[in-house]
Design a protein around this ligand. Structure first.
Ligand SMILES: [Zn+2]
Ligand SMILES: [Zn+2]
Length: 61
């Protein structure tokens, strides 16, 4: 896996994505970001279901 700047590069085409972009400017696919805990704002791994810091259910947005 790549591990540059998390969530700032398209996982489909590698195009750089601005922080507020919802779609990749290179390929038009929706940007997949790491889930963020709604409670403590911890950013977790893409496949995480629960926050590893507070145990809250994470929602992929
Ligand atoms: Zn792309
Ligand atoms: Zn949390």
């Amino acid at each position: 896996m790549f591990d540059f700047i998390k969530g700032e590069t398209c996982e489909h085409c590698g195009h750089k994505i601005a922080a507020d972009s919802r779609f990749c400017p290179g390929c038009g696919k929706p940007v997949v970001r790491d889930p963020v805990c709604p409670l403590c704002r911890n950013t977790d791994e893409k496949d995480a279901v629960f926050c590893r810091k507070c145990g809250t259910l994470l929602t992929q947005k």
